[in-house]
Design a protein around this ligand. Sequence first.
Ligand code: ZN
Length: 405
Amino acid sequence: MPTIDDVRALAMSLPGTTEARVRGRVKFRVGRIVYLAFSRDETELGFAFPKEQREWLIGGDPEKFMLPAAGDLRYNWVLARLAALAEVEMRALVLDAWRMVVPKKVSLLICDVGPRDGLQNESTILDPPVRAELIERLAGAGLSRVEAVSFVNPALVPPMAGAEEVMGLVKRKPGTVYSGLVLNEKGYDRARAAGVDAINYALPVTDTFARRNQNTTVADAIATGRRLVARARADGLPITLTLSVAFGCPFEGPVAPARVFEVVGQALETAPDEVVVADTIGVGVPRQAKELVSGLVRLGVRRAGAHFHNTRNTGLANALAALEAGAEVLDASVGGAGGCPFAPRATGNIATEDLVYLLEGQGVRTGIDLDALIEIAGWLGNQLGRELPGMVSRAGPFPGEPARA
Ligand code: ZN
């Protein structure tokens, strides 16, 4: 039987853990999924999965393990593991149980940012009608949110010119959210006038990037963010704060998570609907993804999300780590379209079809039609005149058409 200190060390090593004393019992809440609770005399340990409202007490005696009468097989599996448990296996056991319930518990939204982040960094510029068609195709494939446009200066970002025209052309599908990226209040005015359903405000976390990308400072960008959240609330628009260069800055190098949390802490005073950490230049690794997302959860953001570029081939690993740490929104772009203005040969965002393939295989239902996405990736590649880097669209789904022997 592990001691309370063993369990404390185990629990606190997992992201997002909190300790509390509830009705005389010590309870550890691990993420939002598993509770570990001691009996009052601290000789027995219980596991609870909050939504199921079930709890099993585990004492030193295997006869004391209680199986639920109509238990879910997965929980019986947990109990079987517990029965065979040696103290040294506690960490692995809890991690497994935690991961096992992720597919069922997770509420995940995939936002396709291809029409914005993807196209913005492609050398071929697409006309508004083609961009509108891309947006419609994505909604048709089941994407519940599409970042359709960016309200930036068209002289500085020519592929994003005509945002209003694109928004006017899109035949909207009920239930799909069409969002727009803004960098300042002027962009917000345009976004609102163009009738977007949601606002995404890019908030840089380093001063050099803030100056180079949107001619501001971090302090001013935070102040702008607060005003935009207040305005969005008054206008009834959901608003996301996306923290640019949260994993590393092309000008200032590595960015400490503490810096990111400091910015979030200041920005949170007006409580945006969502806070997303963005690996703008694709330098992040899963350890960082876990640390940053679990930090957002701990800071009490309403919904945490993450945005990855696959520049160094760590994008999907980062996405999975972010999901396990509590992210409820992941950005991706169909085909992996895009690049990075700060790294000439870089690839774009993680490919939406690769992410959907991965998540569905993991048991996370995305509601997105993978075959349709693959078709869109092919279509978009033709429009852009190049083969896009997404891998599932090239290899095909599995199982798919049987190969010829
Ligand atoms: Zn991006």
